[in-house]
Design a protein around this ligand. Structure first.
Ligand SMILES: Cc1ncc(COP(=O)(O)O)c(C=O)c1O
Length: 359
């Protein structure tokens, strides 16, 4: 095999990062284990329980239920599936702000549930009134985002919890990206502040574990039970995860990363990366760009499409929002030096891009 994995030198678009050293080692050690078959691989199955407990602690849930998923997509699909299973509606629907991650669209699609998306407020956050207006007696779940993919915004979770309670629906919080930094902010996002039923948070994103490591948490065991199917040929009775065979690497690396970093390491990461995001936002604004003020370590700004293409051509792994804005995710591998080099290229390529755009 000749191919080499890409380096993180110029990666500004990813919500994943280099795993913590301890996570990398743990992933390798537990690569050939399968928590999906707990009677055969009890050590990794026990460790999965420890990861769920640790995730519960981070998300303020003292008696957590759940499992390590393959990522945020599985977490969101499982949340919608649990809500559908727990709902008595014949044609259940799910209501979410339009900023919801596209995995919720997949969830609606594979589960044959109607997804109703609602406009966000002027700051890209879910509008509880719009969410409420979209709910009805068939609403099985409201999905809120704590750390949105494009703008890093945190929806008003307590207000959405009230709407969900009034509608008799479950509230799922998608903190797949934000979950490991939100504990160090003033945002209200977790099980403690609202009627949150389920929550997704991914060790393989800001948790600095190896891929695949997502987390699915539920307040009630009954929610996880609603997902369980019988597993006749295994020595364990049921399985609640969507995937069958699962890599123990995800579980072990999540545990190792959390042991190494919770809470102080994550706090330092948050403070450093947030400071960088705030600084980048100021620098981009000084260049005359329209910048969306970062609320988490993610910067979005209007950028000329020709300049965007020139930056991609120069090797920068940057990405765009649905409406074409530049999106820079300040993950732990992103340093001040890296952003300075990026800004140098923005300045250098700007005049050339302007000429190309005029042609
Ligand atoms: C908020 C949010 N939810 C869910 C996901 C999907 O996660 P994954 O790609 O790990 O399945 C993402 C991915 O970036 C995300 O940002």
């Amino acid at each position: 095999m000749r191919a080499e994995p890409q380096s993180f030198d110029r990666v500004l678009s990813s919500m994943c990062t280099e795993p913590h050293e301890a996570a990398r080692e743990a992933a390798e050690r537990f690569l050939a284990t399968n928590p999906g078959d707990p009677a055969t691989y009890p050590a990794i199955a026990d460790m999965e329980g420890e990861v769920v407990d640790a995730l519960g602690q981070i998300a303020s849930l003292s008696d957590p239920h759940g499992f390590v998923a393959s990522g945020g997509t599985e977490g969101n699909i499982q949340a919608v599936r649990a809500a559908r299973e727990c709902s008595t509606a014949r044609n259940p629907n799910v209501v979410a702000p339009e900023t919801v991650h596209f995995s919720v669209r997949k969830a609606a699609d594979v589960l044959d549930v109607e997804l109703r998306t609602t406009p966000v407020d002027g700051d890209y956050r879910a509008d509880p009134e719009a969410i409420e207006a979209a709910t009805d007696e068939n609403t099985a779940a409201i999905v809120a985002v704590a750390g949105s993919t494009e703008y890093g915004r945190v929806d008003p979770i307590p207000a959405l919890g009230d709407v969900a309670t009034d509608a008799g629906a479950m509230l799922h919080v998608d903190a797949a990206w934000g979950g490991f930094v939100l504990p160090f902010t003033d945002y209200e996002w977790d099980f403690d502040v609202a009627a949150v039923d389920t929550l997704a948070m991914d060790p393989h994103k800001l948790g600095q574990a190896a891929i695949p490591a997502g987390g699915f948490l539920a307040r009630e065991q009954a929610t996880v039970d609603a997902l369980a199917v019988e597993t006749p040929y295994l020595e364990s009775a049921t399985q609640a995860t969507l995937t069958g065979t699962r890599s123990g690497a995800g579980v072990a690396s999540a545990m190792a990363a959390i042991e190494a970093l919770w809470p102080e390491g994550y706090r330092e990461t948050y403070e450093r990366q947030q400071e960088l995001a705030d600084w980048l936002a100021e620098e981009l604004a000084a260049l005359g760009l329209d910048v969306v003020e970062p609320s988490l370590p993610l910067v979005t700004a209007n950028l000329d499409p020709t300049l965007f293409d020139a930056l991609r051509e120069a090797g920068w792994r940057v990405s765009r929002t649905a409406t074409g804005e530049l999106r820079v995710v300040c993950m732990p591998h992103v340093t001040r030096e890296l952003l300075e080099a990026f800004l140098d290229d923005v300045r250098a390529l700007r005049p050339r891009a302007a000429v190309a755009a005029d042609d």
